[in-house]
Design a protein around this ligand. Structure first.
Ligand code: HEM
Ligand SMILES: *[C@@H]1O[C@H](CO)[C@@H](O)[C@H](O)[C@H]1NC(C)=O
Ligand SMILES: *[C@@H]1O[C@H](CO)[C@@H](O)[C@H](O)[C@H]1NC(C)=O
Ligand SMILES: *[C@@H]1O[C@H](CO)[C@@H](O)[C@H](O)[C@H]1NC(C)=O
Length: 256
């Protein structure tokens, strides 16, 4: 399995090598000018708390959530996701309650982003861009794990579609779970609902109706830079929990 990931990694690196690094550096500075005022991207400082969720990290990096990632309450999540992403306030009540259940802040109404690395709470095995807790780090972006997902998403694959469809995302998710199951002797994913939910909320949040999918550039920037893809054309939507639930049905219906 490691061998397999290694091969995916090699294939992936050869595409990476073909992309001039200056291009992505340019995008970072462009992003600073097109994010809403006061919400420019700033990398996390050394004491800042970050999560295994690329979206929460991006929200903190853009100062929609506290930049230090600490002492976040439900009202803060609700107003941040409404203002930045256009999600109605009921959308993330349930998941925030799960987050508060693993809080280490000493105040049961707040959590730090890093608290969410607590294994088998929201955090689960078979993530798209993080390794399993068994291997020691379920928190940070893992370039090797992500390379396998990025390849399945078709990111940096020349001449492929510019968007990630529901089918592509559903298959990539299921394949990553199978990979994890094969290599992790402590693999534990009694329900795949969380994993399916994350893929579905990602598709809902970044869906481009006219293109019929999520632009691959958006996914690359969100996962690799933990940045909201303003410079790549992201426009805040108008979404509800019902939209996420409808997407969960579509993802679940894909034969994987
Ligand atoms: C628009 C809103 C959101 C989007 C698009 C989003 C997206 C994602 C994605 C794509 C993943 C999978 C990462 C991976 O597999 O490597 C993920 C994981 C996660 N998300 Fe979010 N998320 C959102 C909101 C939230 C909220 C509000 C919370 C909690 C308060 C949260 C907590 C988590 C946690 C703990 C994980 C780690 C699960 C794991 O892979 O083990 N997310 N999210
Ligand atoms: C705990 O957090 C809540 C929500 O932010 C806040 O209203 C409350 O004052 C905090 N309690 C203490 C003791 O700091
Ligand atoms: C497996 O994960 C579930 C939560 O998803 C947890 O309740 C259970 O205790 C875990 N099992 C083991 C053996 O760790
Ligand atoms: C969002 O959509 C709802 C119903 O679909 C509508 O009532 C509301 O006005 C919309 N809000 C914005 C800001 O477009």
């Amino acid at each position: 399995m490691y061998a397999q990931i290694g091969i995916l990694g090699l294939v992936f690196s050869s595409f990476v090598a073909a992309v001039p690094l200056s291009a992505s550096a340019g995008l970072i500075s462009a992003a600073s000018s097109s994010a809403p005022a006061g919400h420019e991207w700033h990398r996390p400082g050394s004491g800042d708390s970050r999560a295994p969720c690329p979206m929460l990290n991006s929200m903190a990096n853009h100062n929609w959530l506290p930049h230090d990632g600490k002492n976040i309450d439900l009202a803060t999540i609700q107003s941040a996701f409404e203002a930045a992403m256009g999600f109605s306030t009921e959308s993330f009540v349930g998941i925030t309650q799960e987050a508060l259940a693993v809080s280490t802040t000493g105040n049961s109404s707040t959590f730090n982003l890093q608290d969410l690395a607590h294994h088998d709470a929201i955090e689960h095995d078979g993530s798209l861009s993080r390794n399993d807790a068994f291997f020691g780090d379920d928190l940070h972006f893992n370039p090797v794990i992500w390379a396998s997902t990025a390849l399945r998403y078709g990111i940096r694959v020349p001449f492929s579609s510019p968007v990630i469809t529901v089918e592509t995302a559903a298959k990539a998710r299921a394949a990553r779970v199978k990979d994890a199951k094969r290599v992790n002797p402590a693999f534990n994913l009694t329900s795949q609902a969380g994993s399916i939910g994350e893929t579905s909320v990602f598709l809902t949040a970044f869906w481009d109706e006219s293109a019929g999918g999520v632009p691959k550039d958006f996914a690359r920037v969100l996962f690799e830079e933990e940045r909201i893809p303003y410079a790549e054309g992201f426009v805040k939507g108008n979404r509800t929990l019902a939209d996420v639930v409808a997407m969960i049905s579509k993802v679940g219906a894909v034969k994987v």
